[in-house]
Structure formats: structure tokens, C-alpha cells
Design a protein around this ligand. Structure first.
Ligand SMILES: Nc1ncnc2c1ncn2[C@@H]1O[C@H](COP(=O)(O)OP(=O)(O)OP(=O)(O)O)[C@@H](O)[C@H]1O
Ligand SMILES: [Mg+2]
Length: 248
């Protein structure tokens, strides 16, 4: 990119740019600038999701690959809650009290978690880069983003169950992380295969609340399967995960 940076070059559509400008400050623009200079972002095409914590955009990089760009809001009402998932994580010892700082750490944490999960062969979006509150990752979908499991159930429940049990075993035994917000709201259905997203809150097994978070994940998934017609209990899921110890 040559000459002075203009957000107009990255977000070409005026309506989209207006939304962006209402939610994000000049530092987010600088972060995008840096990522654009490094080739990770060429253009933000449209918004996939405008949540309480973040906006997610479909983007393309310099080489024309589809990317998902997640930009965390600084003025999030959840930043106090975020501290609970950062404190107690040995990777993030020096966490400040500043809202902005917490969000930047959170973005870095999501990137690192995605990296660990990818190394452990858990099916998550591959992370490519981050800067400040902006995270660039693999886009899960074709033209449109893949739907949530909540909206688009996977037909073969037995397949889904064994797939998720294996992913959970890889999370625990290989990545040594607990996702901590697992449910049908954070799993995408991509061509009838589950892809796990939203990994910012994942914590190391050594986190003081790791066990509680893991139990909650199991409960959410057991509820989901039972609702769909495949009756499961958290205890059963845990036993099936444990049976994979040393095998994943
Ligand atoms: N890599 C991706 N590829 C395609 N779509 C994605 C990707 N990551 C996120 N999305 C879409 O964006 C939505 C929000 O993402 P995510 O769950 O990571 O954010 P969130 O923290 O839950 O946001 P909030 O809680 O503020 O809504 C997802 O439900 C999904 O539809
Ligand atoms: Mg989510």
C-alpha cells in the first residue's frame, strides 16, 4: 500500500464504514493499517456478526483469500468478566486494569488459544495475525459464513458426538486448554462438520476454574445432544473423552 493510509481503501462501502466508525476508534484503524501493510487484510467486505463484544467481518487478504476479521469493542460491558478468564492464566500475568489493555490482551489470548488448538489438530479457524483488538483468521464458509450448529443441526448425531468427543480430548490432552464457552452457539456447521469458534475465553488446565468451566461445557453439549434426540449425560461424555487419553 502506498501513500497515506485511508480506511476508505479497506472499507469501500459507505454504510459499512459508518458502522465501523461508530464503534471503533483511531487505534483500531491503526491496527487494521498495520495488518493491511503486512498483507493480512486487503478489504473488509461485509459484517458477519455484530455482537456485544465484537464485530466479525468477512474480509480478503492481499492474495485474495477469504478471511474472518474479528474486532473487539473496547467499550464492552463484559470486560470485568474477561478478567476472570485472564487472571489465573500463567501466560498472562501482567494484566492491567485499563479496559483497552484488557481487550488487547484478550485478542492476543484468542490468537494464542487458536494457535494451540490448531497445533493440537482441534478444528478451529486457523489464526493468521492479530494487532491490538483486531484478529485475522480463516474464514469458515464459502460465499456466506457457515451457519451456527444452533441454526443448522448436523444430521448424523452419532458422527457429531464422536467428532466432538475427539475434539474435546484433543483440547484437554494435547492443547491442555478448556474452551469454557462451548455450546451450539459457538460451533459452526461447515459442510456437516463441526468447527469450534470463539476461543478467547479458553483457559489452561491449571486455571483455578478450569474444572468448573469444563463441567459447564460438557453440560451444555449433553443438553444439546439430548434435545436433538441423542440422550447424553456430562458423565458419559467425560468417560468417553477419558477413554481417548493417550490415543489422540
Ligand atoms: N472464522 C469465522 N468464520 C466465519 N464466521 C465466523 C468466524 N468467526 C466468527 N464467525 C461468526 O461471527 C459470530 C460471532 O463470532 P464469535 O462467536 O467468535 O464472537 P462472540 O464473542 O460470540 O461475539 P458476541 O458474543 O459479541 O456476539 C459467530 O457466531 C459466527 O457466525
Ligand atoms: Mg460466540
Amino acid at each position: 500500500m502506498e501513500g497515506p493510509f485511508r480506511i476508505e481503501d479497506i472499507i469501500k462501502e459507505e454504510k459499512l464504514r459508518n458502522i465501523f466508525n461508530q464503534v471503533f476508534d483511531h487505534r483500531a484503524v491503526e491496527a487494521i493499517h498495520k495488518l493491511a501493510n503486512d498483507g493480512f487484510i486487503d478489504c473488509l467486505e461485509h459484517i458477519i456478526s455484530t455482537g456485544k463484544e465484537a464485530h466479525v467481518y468477512r474480509a480478503v487478504d492481499k492474495a485474495g483469500n477469504a478471511r474472518a476479521v474479528k474486532i473487539y469493542k473496547i467499550e464492552t460491558s463484559y470486560f470485568k468478566n474477561m478478567r476472570a478468564y485472564i487472571e489465573g492464566d500463567l501466560r498472562f500475568k501482567h494484566i492491567g486494569h485499563d479496559k483497552q489493555d484488557i481487550i488487547y490482551q484478550w485478542t492476543r489470548k484468542e490468537y494464542k488459544n487458536l494457535e494451540k488448538f490448531t497445533e493440537a489438530e482441534v478444528r478451529v479457524p486457523m489464526p493468521y495475525a492479530f494487532n491490538l483488538n483486531v484478529l485475522v483468521m480463516e474464514f469458515i464458509g464459502n460465499k456466506e459464513a457457515a451457519p451456527l450448529l444452533k441454526e443448522a443441526p448436523i444430521d448424523d448425531l452419532d458422527f457429531l458426538y464422536s467428532n466432538l468427543v475427539e475434539q474435546l480430548a484433543k483440547m484437554i490432552y494435547k492443547a491442555k486448554l478448556v474452551h469454557a464457552d462451548l455450546s451450539e452457539y459457538n460451533i459452526l456447521n461447515f459442510h456437516n462438520e463441526p468447527v469450534i469458534i470463539d476461543c478467547g475465553q479458553a483457559v489452561l488446565l491449571s486455571h483455578p476454574n478450569a474444572k468448573e468451566f469444563f463441567e459447564r461445557d460438557l453440560q451444555n453439549l449433553a443438553n444439546y445432544f439430548t434435545k436433538q434426540g441423542l440422550e447424553k449425560t456430562p458423565e458419559e461424555m467425560k468417560a468417553d473423552i477419558k477413554a481417548l487419553k493417550g490415543k489422540v
